[in-house]
Design a protein around this ligand. Structure first.
Ligand code: SIN
Ligand code: CO
Length: 366
């Protein structure tokens, strides 16, 4: 994908959004994308849902209740009289024009972005009342959809009994909005929401993911253990100055042990665990062919970098390489979906090109 001349942006105050709404409150952005047109038709989305490799599903509601059919779907799945919605995940990996919507998210950390899901609903269609664990911008592509927002939810919020769907048992509407093409609704993690199509409509969900703190801690701990001498023992230092009562572990003993752990974690922290965890599970492209002249970032690959003093740590699909700080410009260009030559990549560090190729982050355009 090459960079388009005029980048797409949501028409709103990004700074105010970050300070007042992000991860805190929902926000309707009326006319957020005034000149944008849905790049996909319902038929094109339906065609994608028939592909073996596409992650698609169809959710329907009839007098018998809610039903889910996982893709790949077949054409007759769409010939039905109940209220249905078709959803396809990761459409940004299939359609460059859909991936262009990511330009609107430049004010947020790129490594938090997950994918773009596209849905098509018939009138009255919807996926039911639910909450997501992650942040989402719901971009109205075509038609009109009423969005109801409900309460804050967590794992204890009651759900209906259903084998396949995670729908809320109760829904108390707190706010209601009708979205038309180009409108955007931001929904923070944990907030109940329920979209019902007022006309046949398409929605583009720009989703984010956040790493589990447990995953970060596990990685940091693993890295510390790799570097720690297993024979190193806890020293008592000043913790024994005040004699304990018989059998007692004093708070000074605890503090001393905690401090020893924290010191080891800090001393052996090579600063790589966050970047590695957040770039894991990206989509890997096969290495580009030897004679490729134009290379760019593979959509779906996860690439991030971090400047530390005179070095740059590059993370590509969970792997890490240290390169000189001068590589930063090239990495920024790659992360902005610009096209680069192999020489540009190789010139900043001899291993950068092969590292990015082998980690599945590059595709050739020729
Ligand atoms: C939809 O597009 O119908 C569902 C999006 C969502 O609720 O996250
Ligand atoms: Co949702």
């Amino acid at each position: 994908m090459s960079v388009s001349k005029s980048l797409l942006t949501f028409q709103f105050d990004e700074q105010e959004f970050l300070e007042c709404y992000w991860q805190r409150h929902p926000l309707l952005i009326k006319g957020a994308l005034p000149n944008w047109q849905s790049p996909l038709s319902p038929e094109e989305l339906g065609g994608l849902a028939l592909e073996d490799d596409a992650d698609s599903r169809l959710i329907s509601k009839s007098k018998n209740g809610w039903a889910l059919k996982q893709g790949p779907l077949i054409p007759t799945d769409f010939q039905r009289s109940d209220d249905w919605t078709l959803l396809v995940n990761g459409v940004d990996s299939w359609v460059p024009e859909v991936a262009s919507l990511k330009q609107c998210l430049r004010f947020l950390p790129q490594w938090r972005f997950d994918d773009i899901m596209v849905s098509y609903a018939v009138t009255e269609g919807g996926v039911g009342p639910h909450f997501d664990r992650y942040d989402v911008f719901l971009v109205q592509g075509t038609g009109r959809r009423k969005w109801r927002l409900g309460e804050w939810c967590d794992d204890d919020t009651p759900r209906i009994k259903h084998e396949d769907l995670n729908l809320l048992q109760n829904f108390e509407t707190s706010q209601e909005y009708v979205l038309e093409a180009g409108d955007v609704l931001y929904v923070p993690p944990g907030m109940a929401h329920w979209g019902i199509a007022e006309t046949p409509c398409m929605t583009y969900s720009l989703g984010f993911r956040a790493p589990a703190i447990a995953a970060l801690l596990a990685r940091w701990t693993d890295k510390t253990l790799e570097g720690l001498d297993p024979e190193l023992l806890l020293e008592d230092r000043a913790s024994v100055t005040n004699p304990p009562r018989p059998g007692e572990i004093t708070s000074a003993h605890w503090d001393n042990a905690r401090e020893a752990i924290q010191n080891s974690m800090a001393a052996l922290d090579d600063g790589s665990w966050l970047g590695e965890v957040v770039t894991e599970n990206g989509e890997c492209a096969p290495p580009p062919h030897e004679h490729a002249r134009a290379l760019c970032l593979h959509t779906g690959a996860r690439l991030a970098w971090q400047a530390i003093d005179d070095q740059c740590c590059v993370y590509a699909n969970g792997e890490m390489l240290r390169v000189p700080i001068a590589s930063q410009t090239v990495l920024e260009r790659l992360c902005s979906d610009e096209t680069l030559t192999p020489e540009e990549l190789a010139s900043v560090h001899p291993e950068l090109l092969s590292f990015l190729s082998m980690s599945g982050a590059l595709v050739s355009l020729d």
